[in-house]
Design a protein around this ligand. Sequence first.
Ligand code: ZN
Length: 356
Amino acid sequence: MTGTTGRVPKQEQEQASDEVTEVAPGILRAQLPIEFTGLGHVNCYVLEDPDGVAIVDPGLPGPSSFKVLRHRLSAAGIPIKRVHTVVVTHSHPDHFGGAGRVRHESGARIVTHQRFRLMWDPLEPPDVDVEDLPEVTEPVGHRFPWDPTPWGGERMAFSRRRKLAMQASRRFPRLMHAPVPTVRLSDADTISLGGRDWVSIHTPGHTDDHLCLYDPAGGVMLSGDHVLPTITPHVGGLSPLADPLATFMESLDKVAAYGDDVSVALPAHGHPFAGLTRRVEAIKQHHVDRLEQLRSAAEQIGRPATVAEFSRRLFSARVQGRMADSETFAHLEHLRQSGAMTRATDPSPYRYVLAD
Ligand SMILES: [Zn+2]
C-alpha cells in the first residue's frame, strides 16, 4: 500500500484486522477486507441484545467476504443464525454486499433508509412513501456504473464478469442475494438495537439514501461513510441529487448539531473517533477550498474547460480517474447552480467557465 513513495496509509486504507474489539459498551467492531476505491477494510459493527445480534454494514457481495464475516462473528461466539437485523447505512456494495446472504441464512430483517435503492433500480422504490427528498434530477437515476457519464468524460471500466453479476442482480435480486430492505426508516424514526434506542438521521450527499444512527442516551453515532475520520467522503456527480455537494454540506450540519453530545463516532472505515463537530468542520473546509481552487483554475485556464481538465488540476496523478472526475463534476455543478459558473453542453463533453 505504501509502495515506493513511502506514503503512510490513512486509517481507512489499513488492511482489515482479524481482531474483533469492543468500541463502546456492548458494541463490537469487526473489520472486513475490501479492495474498493482504495480503501482497505469496512467496519461491521455488532450489537448484541437478548434476542440475538444486529450487524451494521456486512461487507462486499460474494462468498469470500461472507466467509470472513462468518469467521469474525464466530470468533466473537456468534453464529450467523443469531443475526436478527442487518443495518445497511447506504447503497454502496462494501456496505450492503453481505446483507442478502445473512438474511438468506438467518432470516434477519434488512434495515435501511427509506430511499435505499441500488443505482440500477428505478428512482422511486415501489410501494414506498417518499418524503423529505432534496431536489433531484432525473437522468442519472436508474443506471449501471459503466453507462456514459452525464458530463461526457471517461467511463468506468468494468470486467465482463462484474457487469454480468450486476445485470443478473437487477433481474434476479433474490437469487443473487441483492439486498431487499424489509424495514425502511424515515428521518427521525427510532429503532432499538443492542439495548440502545437509535434515532435515524437521513444524511444524503455521499449517496441520497445515506443513514446515520444516533444513540442520544449513550452519545454514540454510527456515522457510516458520511463522516470519516481522516479521508473526506466521496461526493460524486453520479447522483440523483440535483446538487449533491450542497446536500452533503447540509447533512454535515445536521449531524454536527448533535456533535457536542456525541462522545464517540463509529465510522464505516477507519477508527472510532471523538470530536465529531471538529471533523465535520474540517470536511466542510476541504470542500470550500476545493471550490476556491476550481474558481482560480477556471481563471487560469481562461476558456471553457472540460470536467477532466479541471479534475487534473484538483487531483494528484495518483488519484486521477473517473471517481476524481465525478467529484470534480459535483463541485462544478455546485458552482454553476450557485451562479459562479456557466456550462456549455453542446458539443459534448460539458465545458465550464466562470460566469461574468
Ligand atoms: Zn460509500
